[in-house]
Design a protein. Sequence first.
Length: 545
Amino acid sequence: MVPLEPLPGACRTPLISLLLVCCLLPLGAQRQEFSLQVEPQDMVVSAGGSLLVNCSTDCPHPKSITLETYLFKETVGSGLGWEAFQLNNVTGDSKVLCSVLCNGSQITGSSNITVYRFPKRVELAPLPPWQPVGENLTLRCQVEGGAPQAHLSAVLLRGEEELSRQLAVGESTEVMATVLARRDDHGANFSCRWELDLRPQGLGLFQNSSAPRQLRTFVLPVTPSRLIVPRFLEVGTSRPVDCTLDGLFPASEAQVQLALGDQMLNSSVSSQGDTLTATATATASTEEGAWEIVCNVTLGGESREIRENLTIYSFWGPIMNLSEPTVPEGTTVNVTCAAGPRVQVTLDGVPAKGPGQLVQFQLNATEKDDRRSFFCKATLEVDGMILHRNRSVQLRVLYGPKIDPARCPQHLMWKERRIHVLQCQAQGNPDPQLLCLQKSSGVQVSVGIPFRVTLNYSGTYFCRATSSQGTKTLTVVMNVQVRKPLSVTIAMVVLTILGFAIVTAAFLYVFWVQKQSAIYHVNRGSTWLPLTSKQPDEALGEEPS
Ligand SMILES: *[C@@H]1O[C@H](CO)[C@@H](O)[C@H](O)[C@H]1NC(C)=O
Ligand SMILES: *[C@@H]1O[C@H](CO)[C@@H](O)[C@H](O)[C@H]1NC(C)=O
Ligand SMILES: *[C@@H]1O[C@H](CO)[C@@H](O)[C@H](O)[C@H]1NC(C)=O
Ligand SMILES: *[C@@H]1O[C@H](CO)[C@@H](O)[C@H](O)[C@H]1NC(C)=O
Ligand SMILES: *[C@@H]1O[C@H](CO)[C@@H](O)[C@H](O)[C@H]1NC(C)=O
Ligand SMILES: *[C@@H]1O[C@H](CO)[C@@H](O)[C@H](O)[C@H]1NC(C)=O
Ligand SMILES: *[C@@H]1O[C@H](CO)[C@@H](O)[C@H](O)[C@H]1NC(C)=O
Ligand SMILES: *[C@@H]1O[C@H](CO)[C@@H](O)[C@H](O)[C@H]1NC(C)=O
Ligand SMILES: *[C@@H]1O[C@H](CO)[C@@H](O)[C@H](O)[C@H]1NC(C)=O
Ligand SMILES: *[C@@H]1O[C@H](CO)[C@@H](O)[C@H](O)[C@H]1NC(C)=O
Ligand SMILES: *[C@@H]1O[C@H](CO)[C@@H](O)[C@H](O)[C@H]1NC(C)=O
Ligand SMILES: *[C@@H]1O[C@H](CO)[C@@H](O)[C@H](O)[C@H]1NC(C)=O
């Protein structure tokens, strides 16, 4: 049995046999005529593994082939000039030495055993939850264990891109890399990989990677958002509020909060490219006064906010009142205009004594006040701004009925067979109904509508205006004249023309006689002729019937 003490070289073994080997080694090497092979050379074995070592010699009569090692060994076969050993549980690098006695002298051969071992752990240090774009990010990776170190390296990766590589040193190796965070790095997977390159030993390249860590990068501009809010808001009303932020990345991951005072607003958020917009409806359900609307954008654990002032006011009124909207003539009517506190009202040019006070006046309703409108203007000053609001109210006065004699001729001289209109109007509220009936027959004549007059229209008429407010009657006398036949008219025209001719002739004669006698003599009476004149207009306007 060989002791299992782990030693770097066989020379430190306390065994006499090994001491002997050490002392004889230079001698044997010099005098060696025969050789001793140790197969395989430069053994590479995974930690805890086993291997077969064959010591063979060309010595014709070899004696006692031995394998010197601190590892547990077993002879698994032997033949002429060779012996094979199995080494189990190889845990560390070591050197094995074969020796044989040949013709009285010792021959030796050796081989190195290299143990390879995969790292126990490879881990990328956690990344910050959010990394600002344009700032340096330091990545750290730890590789623990692994052998042989000369062939082991640690590599930091962004996706498949190699960022940094370092050879292993010591039991634990840390590899670091600094990267400038970019927008493109948002969602990138960073990982760490160890590589054990045993290709020179004919075993290949071994590697394994840490679990990837995904980076989230963001841009949150320092310049605050645009907040569009109304400056004034009346109690009980609602207005939209808009908050917009540009240059945000990734805009879809940002969170926005809109608040009126400490009341959160229900906002709908939309993002387009790098622009984020939140809209909400601000309802002035709180008390009057100065308030603030706050827009708070949070991204990557940072937040930006902007505030805008909003004044909530109440503007009650103006309320206009008539003591009664519809009154009979002669009634006293109260007209009032009132509005909320701090509101100044002016009723038909009459201002209130002070803000918040009402204006009232009385009037004795007359016919002229029917449909009269009263106007009230209300003004409120809110934070330097003057707000206006107007109201009007209309009064109805019940009066009448009345028939104005000037607009309803009471004596009519009409000619038969002509078209005439009976003009007559009645006033009042409510509108009266006007009926004109012939006194004798009770026949109704239409008012305001043209009709052809006949002789039986002659007579006295009662024109009666009726409304809920009473009745008014006016008497109208209509005289219908008989018209001369057409032949009479023609005869009269002929006579008239003839008359003119005679007069002209007489004038010319008198003028001529005076010139002859040179005596001036006027005969006035000769110009007066017993003729009836007729308006030619009237003749032309005649009906052709
Ligand atoms: C050991 O080596 C010798 C000579 O090369 C060979 O004959 C023998 O078969 C080998 N033994 C084993 C177990 O490989
Ligand atoms: C291998 O060797 C190690 C110490 O070198 C020991 O702890 C382990 O039990 C051994 N394994 C076997 C299977 O013999
Ligand atoms: C063995 O050694 C002796 C001297 O030491 C030598 O004379 C002899 O030739 C050797 N035999 C062989 C086979 O080499
Ligand atoms: C074995 O390793 C030692 C160093 O540990 C080296 O000097 C020697 O050359 C190696 N032997 C072989 C056969 O590779
Ligand atoms: C990032 O680190 C590099 C060196 O690794 C340095 O030159 C650069 O100024 C750093 N940039 C910032 C923004 O810190
Ligand atoms: C990063 O890894 C996750 C899953 O591990 C994957 O969904 C994502 O696409 C990867 N990102 C990139 C940029 O490859
Ligand atoms: C590679 O690493 C993963 C953990 O990242 C581990 O589960 C797996 O066993 C490792 N494979 C090897 C061959 O080391
Ligand atoms: C916010 O909106 C949702 C649906 O649009 C509604 O159910 C909810 O009551 C609203 N909350 C407030 C405080 O207005
Ligand atoms: C903005 O909103 C975030 C998330 O709700 C909150 O943590 C932060 O305190 C708010 N910032 C301000 C200034 O109100
Ligand atoms: C809001 O009002 C306060 C005083 O009430 C004033 O100091 C502040 O500047 C105002 N803010 C804005 C954005 O106008
Ligand atoms: C009108 O107002 C006066 C005093 O303001 C009041 O005495 C009177 O009763 C009011 N009249 C009506 C009809 O409301
Ligand atoms: C209203 O005026 C009418 C006539 O102008 C008058 O007869 C009546 O008495 C007045 N009524 C009142 C209440 O002053």
